[in-house]
Design a binder for this molecule. Structure first.
Ligand SMILES: Nc1ncnc2c1ncn2[C@@H]1O[C@H](COP(=O)(O)OP(=O)(O)OP(=O)(O)O)[C@@H](O)[C@H]1O
Length: 331
C-alpha cells in the first residue's frame, strides 16, 4: 500500500540546509495499522507530508495506494484520506454540512456524501450530531468528525497525524476502537503518527521508529521490545557485598548487559528473562546467596525508545518551525 525508497527532504533555510528526512525506505501492506514514532524533530511530519503529496521530496520515490507519488500525485490524493493534526472542522459550521462540503473536494455528489456521512456518523458514534455546530462538540467527537472527513471519499489508505493528542484517556481508548474498526470492518490501511507509546503498543500491528531523518527500527511492538531492551531482572541481595557477588553471577547469563549495582539492588537486562530466571536462582542458591526480592520486568516501548534514540518520546515540547525557514511551502 505504501512503498518508499530513499525518500528524502532537505529544507533550504537562511542558515543553511536542513536534512529533515535523509532517505527513508518503508513498506506498508494492505490492512495494516502502522505507527510512525520518533522524538520531536525526527522527521515524522515531513515524511507524512511527502507521502500525502503536500510536500515534494528532494530525492527518492514512492508508490502510495498504487499510484506513483511523483508521477501521479493527483491519483495518490484521490485514493488516500489525510486527517491533519490540527483538524479541519470550523467552529460555526454544522457537522453534517462540513462533511458534505468536504466531500465535494473529491467530486463526491452531495446526496452520496450525505448518505455516506450518516453511515460513518453511525460507525464513529456521532449519531444525532449531524446538525450540531462543530464548536459545541467535545474534543473526542471533533476528532471523530475529522476522521469522518478523512474517510468520506472511501480511501483505501488513511493517514492520521497524532489522532488522539489532547484527548482524555477514555476518549483515546474509544478512538482506538474506531481505528481498529476501520481496519477490521472496512479493510482500510492506517498509517499514523503518535507521541503516545501506549497507543502504539495497543493499536499498531507494526511500528516504525524514525530518528534524525532515518528509520532506526521497525517491527511489531513485541519484536521491538525483545530485540532492543531485553527483560530487566532486578534482584535484592541481603547485603551490599552479596550484591557484588550476585552481580558477578548475573553477568554470566547469556546475552546479559553489564549489571548495575545500587546498594543491595542488582539490575541486569537479559533476552528472554523468564526462561533464564530459574537457572539464575538455582545458581545463586548453590552459592548460598540469599535474596530479599526478585522482580522480572518486561520491557516497555519506553525502554525501546530510550535505547534507540537516547531520548524519551515525551522529552521537551513540540519545537516551533524554524523561523528562518524559506522553503516550507507545499509542493
Ligand atoms: N519548513 C521547514 N523549514 C526548515 N526546517 C524545517 C521545516 N519543517 C521542519 N523542519 C526541520 O526538519 C526537521 C524534521 O521536522 P519534522 O517536523 O518533520 O519532525 P517531527 O518528527 O514531525 O517533529 P514533531 O514530533 O515535533 O512534530 C526538524 O529539524 C525541523 O526543525
Amino acid at each position: 500500500m505504501i512503498h518508499a525508497r530513499g525518500l528524502a527532504r532537505t529544507y533550504k533555510t537562511r542558515r543553511g540546509d536542513v536534512d529533515a528526512v535523509r532517505g527513508v525506505d518503508l513498506d506498508v501492506e494492505a490492512g495494516e495499522i502502522v505507527g510512525f514514532l520518533g522524538p520531536n524533530g525526527a522527521g515524522k511530519t515531513t515524511t507524512l507530508r511527502m507521502l500525502t503529496t503536500l510536500l515534494a521530496p528532494t530525492r527518492g520515490e514512492a508508490t502510495v495506494a498504487g499510484a506513483d507519488l511523483r508521477g501521479d500525485p493527483g491519483a495518490v490524493r484521490r485514493r488516500i484520506g489525510y486527517v491533519a493534526q490540527s483538524g479541519s472542522t470550523s467552529g460555526e459550521a454544522r457537522a453534517g454540512e462540513e462533511v458534505v462540503d468536504h466531500a465535494q473536494l473529491y467530486g463526491v455528489h452531495r446526496a452520496a456524501a450525505a448518505a455516506r456521512g450518516r453511515e460513518l456518523f453511525g460507525q464513529l458514534e456521532l449519531d444525532g450530531l449531524w446538525d450540531r455546530k462543530c464548536s459545541t462538540l467535545s474534543g473526542g467527537q471533533r476528532r471523530r468528525l475529522d476522521i469522518v472527513m478523512g474517510l468520506i471519499h472511501t480511501p483505501r489508505l488513511v493517514f492520521l497525524d497524532e489522532p488522539t493528542t489532547g484527548l482524555d484517556p477514555q476518549a483515546r481508548a474509544n478512538l482506538w476502537t474506531h481505528v481498529r474498526g476501520l481496519r477490521d470492518e472496512r479493510g482500510s490501511t492506517v498509517f499514523l503518527t503518535t507521541h503516545y507509546l501506549d497507543e502504539a503498543d495497543a493499536l499498531c500491528d507494526r511500528i516504525l521508529v524514525i530518528d534524525h531523518g532515518t528509520i532506526v527500527a521497525e517491527g511489531t511492538p513485541e519484536e521491538l521490545k525483545q530485540q532492543v531492551s531485553g527483560d530487566a531482572v532486578v534482584l535484592t541481595a541481603s547485603t551490599a557485598s552479596d550484591a557484588a557477588r550476585v552481580a558477578a553471577i548475573a553477568a554470566q547469563l547469556p546475552g546479559a548487559s553489564a549489571p548495575t549495582v545500587d546498594g543491595t539492588l542488582v539490575e541486569v537486562r537479559v533476552p528472554q528473562g523468564r526462561t533464564l530466571l530459574m537457572g539464575l536462582l538455582r545458581t545463586l542458591d548453590a552459592e548460598q546467596l540469599e535474596l530479599d526480592g526478585v522482580e522480572l520486568r518486561r520491557p516497555t516501548l519506553d525502554d525501546v525508545f530510550l535505547t534507540l534514540t537516547g531520548r524519551s518520546l515525551r522529552d521537551g515540547e513540540q519545537p516551533n518551525p524554524d523561523p528562518d525557514a524559506q522553503d516550507g511551502a507545499a509542493a
